[in-house]
Design a protein around this ligand. Structure first.
Ligand SMILES: Cc1cc2nc3c(=O)[nH]c(=O)nc-3n(C[C@H](O)[C@H](O)[C@H](O)COP(=O)(O)OP(=O)(O)OC[C@H]3O[C@@H](n4cnc5c(N)ncnc54)[C@H](O)[C@@H]3O)c2cc1C
Length: 338
């Protein structure tokens, strides 16, 4: 296993930020993880597990060991008349797993097509898109404790999944390396196409039948037209979470802003699209140096070339402040700030 010193992270984060890691290594097996974490040289170093780097913003150099996870393997474990259970090693690209399911007509993750990053990071923030979250198919998460190398399996119910949240992003942050995720896919397809433009896109595609494959194709088509591709412009998808406010607060807001879009969340809570709030504050398409708010998607902060992590972060703080001043809403970041 090779460990590099003072390694640029520019090509392993989708923002394209040129931060440096004091130490960097890529691991291909659980044994390599145990070896590197047991090595006395790194025992007292801070550690960061990195997948595809598509939900991370480096605001400074990382003064410790970055461990890039490249564990591979997709195994069908068992099946019955209705379901198939699949175990996926954490370093497999999420989209590789989605394609594996779509090719076999297995339903459950087709609405999550084309989300960048690794499968191991999917439970970390309970990835979601087009009305589906990974918690719906995730059965268990295999981990190794970073400090001890000890293996622990978290059943789905123990992961404390929430909206872009889990125990791994919260209470147990940076304490566990997710090594594999097991999913239960459905043989019987119940399409979820009432979200976003899926239905409209299926019609435009003149899909004769609504299948796992056509829904996946529709999601890919929509995402490719709406979201900036990190290969062209650095970004990490939605920078902020959509805020969820109490109904009482929402009733005050809607009096002043009658056009505010909103979605009932249950429990007397209302979700408001963060992109709309940011747009109302005049940020859409604004640019300071190489840091900017995307012209089509106000929720996405972009690096047009050579922005530093600090510049991106500073822009995000300005956006947060103006939304707070105008609406009294504190936007939470979805991206992991390092
Ligand atoms: C264009 C674009 C569109 C996106 N769209 C969506 C979307 O629709 N829905 C959505 O939910 N997200 C979306 N994202 C965000 C991102 O794709 C997901 O959060 C993805 O799961 C991140 O995976 P990653 O491997 O790149 O994680 P990284 O960025 O490498 O890591 C993210 C965090 O997880 C931790 N981590 C990573 N792997 C592990 C592991 N194996 N064990 C423990 N901790 C780990 C890291 O330490 C870090 O804190 C989008 C991003 C981009 C760039």
């Amino acid at each position: 296993m090779q460990v590099e010193n003072n390694k640029s992270l520019q090509h392993v984060n989708t923002f394209g930020i040129n931060a440096y890691a004091k130490y960097f290594t890529e691991i291909f097996s659980e044994n390599e993880f145990q070896e590197i974490t047991a090595d006395t040289k790194f025992k007292n170093e801070k550690k960061l597990i990195l997948g595809g780097g598509s939900n991370i913003l480096f605001t400074k150099n990382f003064d410790g060991l970055v461990i890039r996870n490249s564990l591979q393997g997709i195994d069908v474990r068992r099946e019955d008349a209705y379901h198939v259970w699949i175990r996926v090693a954490a370093g497999e690209a999420w989209q590789t797993f989605v394609r594996f399911c779509v090719d076999r007509n297995l339903a459950g993750v087709e609405n999550l097509s084309l989300i960048p990053g690794s499968t191991g990071a999917a439970p970390m923030q309970n990835i979601g898109a087009y009305g589906v979250e990974v918690k719906e198919t995730c059965e268990e998460v295999e981990t190794m404790e970073v400090a001890t190398g000890q293996r622990t399996i978290f059943k789905s119910g123990e992961c404390e999944f929430g909206y872009r949240d889990s125990v791994f992003k919260n209470k147990l942050r940076d304490q566990f390396f997710i090594t594999a995720v097991s999913f239960r896919l459905n043989k019987i397809f119940k399409p979820k196409i009432n979200y976003g433009d899926i239905k409209k896109t299926l019609e435009e595609m003149r899909a004769d039948e609504i299948t796992v494959k056509t829904v996946s194709d529709a999601v890919i088509k929509i995402r490719s037209s709406k979201l900036p591709d990190p290969r062209d412009i650095g970004n990490a998808g939605s920078f902020f979470k959509n805020p969820v406010v109490a109904k009482k607060k929402f009733e005050e807001l809607i009096l002043q802003h009658p056009l505010m879009p909103n979605y009932a969340e249950g429990n007397n809570k209302i979700k408001i699209p963060a992109g709309w709030l940011i747009e109302q504050c005049g940020w859409k398409g604004k640019r300071t140096g190489d840091a900017g708010v995307h012209a089509k998607q106000a929720l996405v902060i972009v690096n047009y070339g050579n922005a530093s992590g600090e510049e991106i972060y500073s822009l995000s703080r300005q956006v947060q402040n103006s939304v707070n001043e105008r609406f009294g809403i504190e936007l939470q970041t979805e991206v992991n700030i390092i």
